[in-house]
Every structure is written in structure tokens, then in C-alpha cells.
Design a protein around this ligand. Structure first.
Ligand SMILES: [Zn+2]
Ligand SMILES: [Zn+2]
Length: 144
């Protein structure tokens, strides 16, 4: 898959507890099939928790088309379905830390439109985190 895809809910999209802190069953984002709650995602990008160590797959990143990606699944806020994105390490990190550059943001926005999903439907791309120019408003700040 080189494009963002909206798949119907299925057995694998059932609520799960977070694989790190075991926060209650919910439709948390999935990284390489494992569920991560927002607190644990933030702790990972801040370097407060163990980093992700997922083996890259031979797909192309939906943002930059680089080969070597990890599959990221997220459940849009107002839409029944699961959004699937293959992201390279750089863009997965940008997504989780809410600091994608404007180009990457617009690339995702364009692809989301293709499946009738708005960036505001995606928690990590919400208007609270990016302005209309795709500038990050509230990035998670990484440890130096
Ligand atoms: Zn957690
Ligand atoms: Zn990329």
C-alpha cells in the first residue's frame, strides 16, 4: 500500500488495552499491530519510555514514498472505519509527536481527502495541533 486506506471495522479493530501501560480497552492507535494509548505515544516520542523497535516492512511511506515503513492504524473520530497508513520512521515520529512539516501535513491531507476523511477526524492531525498551513501548533517537545 502506498496510499492511505480506509478499511471497514473488522475483528482486528476491536477495542484493546494499551500494550505498554494496559490502559483500558479502547480503540487506541495501532503501531505494527500493537495498541498504544496517547500517553504512551507521547512518552515514547519524549524519550520517557522505551522507543519503538518495530521491524520495517517493504512498503512505501504515504508521505515521502521512501521504502521501509511501519503500519499505523487509527480510528477516525466521526467515521466508522479504520484508517491505515504506512509511514517511514521519520514520518511516524512526526505524526506521533504532532510536528509533521507543512509539506508532510498537506500530503496526508490530500490523501485523506481521497478517502473522504478530514484531518480534523484524525486525533493526531486535528486543528488543535496544526493550523491551515500545516504548521505544528502544539508539538510534543523532545528531550535534547
Ligand atoms: Zn498506554
Ligand atoms: Zn516518510
Amino acid at each position: 500500500m502506498d496510499r492511505v486506506r480506509l478499511a471497514p471495522m473488522n475483528d482486528t479493530s476491536a477495542a484493546m488495552s494499551c500494550c505498554r501501560c494496559e490502559a483500558g480497552e479502547h480503540r487506541w492507535d495501532r503501531i505494527a499491530g500493537r495498541a498504544y494509548c496517547p500517553n504512551c505515544q507521547e512518552a515514547i516520542v519524549l524519550g520517557e519510555a522505551d522507543p519503538l523497535a518495530e521491524k520495517a516492512e517493504a512498503h512505501r511511506c504515504v508521505v515521502c514514498a521512501r521504502r521501509g515503513t511501519v503500519r499505523f492504524l487509527t480510528f477516525p473520530l466521526n467515521i466508522q472505519g479504520v484508517l491505515e497508513l504506512d509511514l517511514c520512521a521519520e514520518h511516524l515520529r512526526g505524526m506521533l509527536s504532532r510536528r509533521l512539516g507543512p509539506h508532510a501535513f498537506h500530503q496526508l491531507q490530500r490523501q485523506l481527502r481521497g478517502v473522504n476523511v478530514a484531518t480534523d477526524d484524525i486525533f493526531l492531525l486535528h486543528g488543535e495541533f496544526y493550523d491551515h498551513h500545516g504548521r505544528a501548533l502544539r508539538p510534543a517537545v523532545e528531550a535534547e
